[in-house]
Design a protein around this ligand. Structure first.
Ligand code: NAG
Ligand code: NAG
Ligand code: NAG
Length: 303
C-alpha cells in the first residue's frame, strides 16, 4: 500500500483525543537516568564526520562538544560505514574499554524533512515472527549493512566476551537501530541493549509486540517531537513498548520526574497524544538529554 504522509495528514483532523491507555506511568530512577544521558552521547557521536568516516582505531570525539562522557572514556572505532544505503545509513562500531561495551551506532539521515515529505511507507517481511511486518526503508537500511556488521560484531564479541553489546541511534538512525537490535538478538546476541532516541515507528502491531517482549528496550520520545509520530498509526504502524517520554523543556537538564515510563504500543499520554505531527516544528527533536544532532552543523537540510 502506498500512502503519502501529507495526504494522510490532511485526512485526519486531529489525534489529540486522550484515551486512558496507560495505568502504569512512573518516573525513572536516578541510575537509569544517568544511563540514558550516557548512551545518547554515543548516538550524538554518530553525527560527527570523524566518527562515521574514520579509520578503525580512531578515538571517538564530538566537534559539537556533546559527548563529554564518551570522550573521557577509553574508546576506539572498530568499523565504520557510510554512503552504503539508499537511506543514507551511516555509523560505526566502537569498543569502549572504560564501560566494557561494544557499541553499534546508527546516524540519522541529514535529510529527515525530505524523508517526512517524500517517504512512502511500504511493509516488508523481516522473517522474525509470524504476521510481522517492518517498514521497508528501515529494514533494508539494516540488511544492506548487516553482513559486514554482523561479522565484525561476532569477532569483537568473541574477543571481549564480558562486554555488553549496545545498539544506539537518534531519529532515523534510531529506527534502523530498533530493527537491528531485534534481529541481532535472535542471531547470536540475545542480550543486546537498545537505546533508541526519537525513533519513528518501524513495525506493525505483531512485530512491535515481538520486539517489546525482547529484553533491554529503551525507546525515548521528547514532548511533541514530530518524528516519533511517523509513520502514522492510521498507516498501520505502532511503537515498541515501553516509551520513555521526556517532558523537560528543550535545552534543559532532565530530572527523574521528567521521564515517564509508558506501557503499550500506542500511548495517548505520551508523545503520540501531543497532536498531529508538525512538519515544521522540530525543536523537540534535537534535544534528547543533550543536543543529540549537534554535530550536523549549520546549513545542512536537517536543521
Ligand atoms: C558521502 O557522499 C557525499 C555526497 O556524495 C560526500 O559529500 C561525502 O563526503 C561522502 N561521505 C563519505 C564518508 O565518504
Ligand atoms: C554471527 O554469529 C551468529 C551466532 O553464532 C550467527 O548466526 C551469524 O551468522 C554470524 N554472522 C556472521 C556474519 O558470521
Ligand atoms: C536551544 O539551543 C539552541 C542552540 O543553542 C537554540 O537555537 C534554541 O533556540 C534553544 N532553544 C530554547 C528553547 O532555548
Amino acid at each position: 500500500m502506498r500512502f503519502s504522509i501529507l495526504t494522510a495528514l490532511s485526512a485526519i483532523a486531529a489525534v489529540g483525543h486522550a484515551l486512558p491507555s496507560n495505568l502504569q506511568a512512573r518516573d525513572v530512577p536516578n541510575d537509569e537516568l544517568s544511563h540514558f544521558k550516557f548512551w545518547v552521547e554515543y548516538a550524538a557521536a554518530s553525527y560527527c564526520y570523524d566518527n562515521y568516516a574514520s579509520k578503525p582505531g580512531h578515538k571517538l570525539t564530538c566537534s559539537a562538544h556533546n559527548c563529554p562522557q564518551v570522550e573521557k572514556s577509553d574508546t576506539s572505532i572498530v568499523y565504520d560505514f557510510s554512503n552504503t544505503t539508499l537511506t543514507d545509513t551511516a555509523g560505526y562500531i566502537a569498543l569502549d574499554k572504560t564501560n566494557k561495551a561494544i557499541v553499534l551506532a546508527f546516524r540519522g539521515s541529514y535529510s529527515v524533512r525530505n524523508w517526512i515529505a517524500d517517504a512512502s511507507f511500504f511493509y516488508t517481511d523481516p522473517k522474525l515472527c509470524d504476521g510481522c511486518s517492518a517498514e521497508l526503508g528501515f529494514w533494508s537500511s539494516w540488511t544492506n549493512v548487516r553482513d559486514p556488521i554482523s561479522k565484525v560484531l561476532n569477532e569483537t564479541v568473541s574477543k571481549n566476551p564480558d562486554y555488553e553489546l549496545v545498539v544506539v541511534g537518534h531519529s532515523l538512525g534510531a529506527g534502523v537501530a530498533t530493527l537491528a537490535a531485534a534481529d541481532l538478538r535472535v542471531k547470536g546476541h540475545p542480550s543486546t541493549k537498545l537505546y533508541a532516541y526519537a525513533s519513528p515507528r518501524v513495525a506493525n502491531p505483531a512485530l512491535a509486540k515481538y520486539i517489546s517482549a525482547q529484553p533491554n528496550n529503551y525507546r525515548f520520545t521528547h514532548i511533541d517531537d514530530p518524528v516519533p509520530k511517523l509513520p502514522l498509526i492510521a498507516m498501520g504502524y505502532v511503537h515498541v513498548s515501553p516509551e520513555y517520554y521526556i517532558t523537560a523543556p528543550n535545552n534543559a537538564t532532565v530530572s527523574t520526574s521528567e521521564v515517564q515510563v509508558l506501557q503499550g504500543d500506542i500511548n495517548w499520554e505520551g508523545n503520540t497524544g501531543t497532536g498531529a505531527p508538525s512538519l515544521t516544528a522540530f525543536s523537540a527533536h534535537h534535544w534528547y538529554f543533550n543536543e543529540a544532532d549537534g554535530c550536523i552543523g549549520a546549513g545542512l537540510p536537517f536543521k
